[in-house]
Design a protein around this ligand. Structure first.
Ligand code: ZN
Length: 259
């Protein structure tokens, strides 16, 4: 057996036994855009001596839990600690980049973007987190890049702008969100706006305990059985090359494993 994979399995076994996490999804309120126009205001990040942009990044791994919408947080990206999934991806790449691609590609690190917002059409909901992809991110960054000398960013604490999000759930992913920004007369006091902004907790604190221990161990068990199967398949393969190195995996076996 490939020694990298052996190490991976040992690590997974360890993780499976580790007790961690309190479980439960916590109180993260996600913003769900409605079809058509949505009016939002983004809450600046309060930092020492002022404020900063409201664009938060979060690393996840997909395709590991039973529900497709469930993701596993990447500890390496989010907390700068070891991430068993990233290690596993690395091992699989090193062992056989091309033949293992069907295993590592779906679970590679993906970065998500979040902003805390107030939905101006539904203020009573309070602070919500809007999760968006690269197409929205690039619209925000265009606004910031095009700022003229005397203009302030859309999240300026003294002059926040209204973000108008035209959402079309039937459009292709890259065209689902069309954004505009305009001057805004806050429908609540400036103090209220600052209080909203100050109430936003760091994303790491909010999202840290999203997955229960059961979910984590389901994940690890699944991952282990996939890897073991992959290794078994590779080992049962007759055509080990002359140098005795790791055998390739046949196309049919790859196809079988994908299911
Ligand atoms: Zn990771």
């Amino acid at each position: 057996m490939d020694s990298n994979l052996k190490n991976t399995l040992a690590r997974l076994e360890q993780l499976n036994q580790r007790t961690s996490g309190k479980g439960g999804a916590g109180a993260v309120k996600y913003f769900k855009p409605k079809q058509g126009k949505n009016n939002l205001v983004a809450l600046p990040r309060i930092v020492d001596g002022g404020y900063s942009d409201p664009i938060y990044e979060w690393g996840v791994h997909k395709n590991l839990l039973d529900q497709p919408f469930m993701t596993v947080d990447c500890d390496a990206f989010n907390h700068r600690t070891d991430c068993v999934i990233c290690d596993c991806v690395k091992d699989l790449k090193q062992a056989n980049f091309k033949d293992n691609m069907f295993l590592w590609k779906p679970m590679e690190l993906q970065v998500q973007y979040f902003s805390p917002i107030i939905d101006l059409d539904n203020i009573t909901e309070g602070v919500q987190w809007w999760r968006y992809g690269k197409s929205v991110l690039s619209q925000f960054s265009t606004w910031l890049t095009n700022l003229e000398e005397e203009e302030t960013p859309y999240y300026d604490i003294n002059n926040p702008e209204k973000i108008i999000v035209a959402f079309d759930k039937n459009a292709p992913a890259m065209e689902m969100y069309k954004l505009e920004h305009k001057a805004l007369k806050l429908p609540f006091s400036k103090q209220q706006f600052e209080d909203y902004a100050a109430s936003v907790k760091p994303l790491g604190e909010i999202l840290r305990q999203r997955h229960s221990q059961e979910e984590q161990s389901t994940l690890v068990t699944k991952l282990m059985s996939r890897l073991k199967e992959e290794i078994d398949n590779a080992m049962s393969q007759a055509d080990i090359d002359a140098s005795g190195s790791k055998p390739g995996i046949s196309r049919e076996k790859l196809d079988k494993l994908k299911n």
